[in-house]
Write a protein that binds this ligand. Sequence first.
Ligand code: CA
Length: 452
Amino acid sequence: MTAPSPMTASRPRTGRRAAAALVLLVGCLALQPGAEAATPAVPAAVVPDLGREILAADDGWAAEGAGTTGGSAADDAHVFTVRNRAQLVAALDGGSSVPKIIRIAGTIDANTDDRGRELGCDDYATGGYDLPAYLAAYDPRTWGGAKPSGPQEEARKASAARQAERVELRIGSNTTLVGLGRNAVLKGASLQVRDADNVIVRNVELRDAYDCFPVWQPNTGGLGDWKTAYDTLWLRGATHVWVDHVTASDKGHPDEKEPTHFGRNYLRHDGLLDITNGSDLVTVSWSRFQGHDKAILIGNGDTVTTDRGKLRVTLHHNEFDAVVQRAPRVRFGQVHLYNNRYVVPEGAAYRYSIGVSTESRTVAENNSFTAPGHIEVADLLKSWNGSALAQSGNEFNGFPVDLLAIYNAYNSGSERDLTADVGWTPTLHGPVDSAAAAAKAVARGAGAGRAG
Ligand code: CA
């Protein structure tokens, strides 16, 4: 295994103020014809060092308390530039909490062995696992509604464990994972921040956390459904996390191209970003969630009452493009959702955008929704046992809309009406723009490769 190469020449700087000062300094030098030429090191340093940047003092829930600094305090021995899975795994150091900055250069595929050889689903399959045999064994017409068990399910589990060992990558406390330049990609991985604090993920495209071995769950949703294992990014028991200028999608393997088995879409992907199990103080900004079914789940169970008072999340200046549902769906959390841009292309599958579930207290301000004619304002919200949503300044196809009033007017009675009283007012946030201005800025500036 190749060891990650430590970056030299990185000077400890604290965030964008220093970078901005440097830009000003260079500008001043340029204005003085008589001034001595700058040292050759200066032009390179003008490119902001994203790895050393920290979350601004008021930028959403992740700024609460000690704020979010990620690996900005790393010493030079813990600044890594990684170009393949083996180097990335070595730099992550088993989820250690030593301050570290990990810079992804180019495209890294998580589905590779330690020598860098690509691994396909056949390479993971073991114990005689075979999809046609699996389908024959658990066909509801013959197997019925019991949970799959027996040789094919055992083989599926063993095969899945082999893939999980490759693609699940754990990020520890005090870590910044950042794309280098404009084209950093991490393919096939499920990044997991588990029981960790103070993590930054920025400027990287996270693509196609593809599950080779979905499991059949006969009792899901009445008709049964396929359950996949991997969230592209999963925050579980994670606090102070800043996700910024990330692009997350299924690119390469869109689920709508997958076949139907047992009458259900054979899904290959789970969430793009799931925030669960007591996670708290999270800011997701200037990111792009694209071409996916279930994008962001905040709180994964109505009975997980330990999430009460936690799951405080700010989502701002993100784009949800061709997302079918969960943008986000919230249980328990105090979520501030402002200045996001939602785009449903003509012909794309769509269920709803904002999911209001048990004890959620979402404040949705100045978001912009663009959707084709068959989608109505009442479709944008869905409630399962929700009770409240505060909203203002939202626009639908260019017109101001009151999401709450319209939801309640169309509510069929299977759910109670929602009130506007969420019991809190967001205080940690930057300037809130009009929905229209934010939509333009997001279209231009959100996603990987557009930071700095
Ligand atoms: Ca999930």
